[in-house]
Structure formats: C-alpha cells, structure tokens
Design a protein around this ligand. Structure first.
Ligand SMILES: [Zn+2]
Length: 133
C-alpha cells in the first residue's frame, strides 16, 4: 500500500512521467507538443522540452581562477534559454497509440502474483483504450 504522506507533504497525483509526450491545453503554448524533461510532483509542475521557454540573462562573472599566464578567467555572459516549469494540469498526455491528447486512466495487470499488483496507464478514449506505456 502507498505510504501515508507526512503533514505538509501531499504530492499531487501526477499521471505524467518523464519522457512522456504531452500536449499543452492552456496558455500561450496551447496546442504545442513536447517531451517531459522533469516532473515536480510536490508543486504539481512539469518541465516540457522546448516549451514555456524562459530567457535568463547571465552576467559575465569572474571565476576567481587565474590562468598560468596570470590572466583572470572570466565566465562568458549571455542569454540562456531554458524551459521553465509549468503547471501540470495545463498539459495532457498524448497517447502513443492514437496520437491524441488524453486523460489517463489506470488498469491492473491480469493474473496473479507480482504482475497483478502493477498498475499501468491507459488511454481514456473509448475507441482506443490502449495501454499508454
Ligand atoms: Zn489512445
């Protein structure tokens, strides 16, 4: 059985995992698809490859190191683009069988023993219903 969460630690039920393909259903990236790079279950957020891009400006910094010739090393500054975490309910899992965004259902493996304890995710489209992973 699942462990009882400690107070202040109620992870949202994330039905999305790393490397899943998702489609954004709200916000400025609506309709775009990408792959999940990271999930943050505690804050209910996900990072999607190439989406919700954020530009970080980095100043040139002195590293404090000195080369053998006595020149101070400087880390180059510039603009760094990286995807920012977005609110997980804004994305939907894309079914790899029917290639449509879907809600995620769960089913249990048939049979006995260890296998029967394992859940797997299923596509919620009535005409598909296939195992997602
Ligand atoms: Zn499907």
């Amino acid at each position: 059985m699942a462990k009882k969460p400690k107070p202040g630690e109620y992870p949202a039920k994330l039905r999305i995992k790393k490397n899943d393909e998702v489609e954004v259903i709200a916000g400025k990236d609506k309709g775009k698809r990408g792959r999940i790079l990271r999930v943050f279950p505690k804050v209910n957020k996900v990072v999607v490859e190439g989406l919700n891009m954020m530009v970080r400006h980095q100043k040139a910094q002195q590293t404090g190191r000195t080369t053998r010739s006595g020149v101070q090393q400087v880390q180059e500054g510039g603009r760094i683009q990286k995807p920012a975490p977005m609110y997980a309910p804004k994305v939907m899992l894309v079914c790899q069988q029917c290639h449509r965004p879907t809600r995620v259902g769960y089913a249990y493996h048939a049979g006995e023993g260890k296998l029967a304890m394992r859940k797997y995710r299923v596509c919620k489209h009535p005409d598909c219903g296939k195992q997602v992973d």
